[in-house]
Design a binder for this molecule. Structure first.
Ligand SMILES: Nc1nc2c(ncn2[C@@H]2O[C@H](COP(=O)(O)OP(=O)(O)OP(=O)(O)O)[C@@H](O)[C@H]2O)c(=O)[nH]1
Ligand SMILES: [Mg+2]
Length: 111
């Protein structure tokens, strides 16, 4: 779906980007997609929440390793956007409350 994402950039104020933490083979491709989003002028004002999903599965890599592999600290430091991360399991609902709280707080802050 990546090629058509840009049709939805207009008026986007909150961006949730989900990465599959259980699949290291997808990490670099996801990271390229993320960098594309972050470099878009239309999304410069958006607040971004990066979700690392499927943390209920046996982990191939520790979350800290994943973050360091994609150089997340550098991505966050260089991005124009305000970026938050959360570790979740969509299947078990882990982290859901955190995601909802982020959406509420971000929506409120942006009026
Ligand atoms: N264990 C677990 N499975 C999940 C979770 N979220 C989604 N899935 C399952 O993962 C499978 C594929 O879904 P996703 O990877 O989310 O979707 P996708 O990337 O579009 O699909 P794939 O190309 O198959 O990876 C489905 O069977 C989901 O039910 C989760 O948090 N934990
Ligand atoms: Mg998947």
């Amino acid at each position: 779906m990546g090629p058509i994402w840009s049709s939805y950039y207009g008026n986007c104020r909150c961006l949730l980007f989900m990465m599959d933490a259980s699949d290291p083979t997808q990490l670099s491709a996801s990271c390229v997609q993320l960098l594309g989003l972050l470099s878009s002028e239309q999304l410069a004002e958006a607040s971004v929440l990066i979700l690392f999903n499927k943390i209920d599965l046996p982990c191939y890599m520790a979350m800290e390793e994943i973050k360091s592999l994609i150089r997340l600290p550098d991505i966050i430091a260089c991005a124009k956007q305000n970026i938050t991360t959360a570790e979740i399991s969509a299947r078990e609902g882990t982290g859901l409350a955190e995601v909802l709280a982020w959406l509420q707080a971000t929506h409120r802050a942006k009026g």
